[in-house]
Write a protein that binds this ligand. Structure first.
Ligand code: 5GP
Ligand code: ZN
Length: 114
């Protein structure tokens, strides 16, 4: 997808600090971390938001979710816990229109979110 920031990170046109990569997904550190551990988990294929999740191969959706507890374990945040966030659309606060899941850990989170 032309002019998509995260597609450019996938292609390597824009650098990012990668945490994990497979054929279908990429995990990289958020440029403005909101917690000691803050990564973004994305499918490599361009899907604009949660509203289009049906367009994503279910095996890739599965891979995204199965990767999360592995990342937690590898980064020592399984036991204390962490937060997974998807911002969808304008009201959801989505700023990059390539579906992504924020994974935040390493501090106690507040609720409700703003
Ligand atoms: P959203 O607000 O769409 O849920 O999340 C987009 C996230 O992408 C934000 O947390 C923002 O800090 C992050 N971000 C924006 N530009 C870049 C970038 O160039 N590199 C990285 N690694 N993260 C970015
Ligand atoms: Zn994209």
């Amino acid at each position: 997808m032309e002019n998509c920031l995260f597609c450019k990170i996938v292609s390597g046109e824009i650098p990012a600090k990668k945490e994990y990569e497979s054929e279908n997904i990429l995990v990289f550190h958020d440029i403005t971390p909101q917690a000691p551990f803050h990564v973004l988990i994305i499918p490599k294929v361009h899907i604009s938001s949660m509203n289009q999740i049906e367009d994503l191969d279910p095996l890739i959706t599965r891979e995204i979710f199965l990767t999360i507890p592995k990342l937690a374990k590898q980064n020592g945040i399984s036991e204390k816990g962490y937060r997974l966030v998807n911002n969808c659309g304008d009201f959801g606060g989505q700023t990059v229109h390539h579906i992504h899941f924020h994974m935040l850990g390493g501090r106690h989170m507040q609720w409700p979110p703003g």
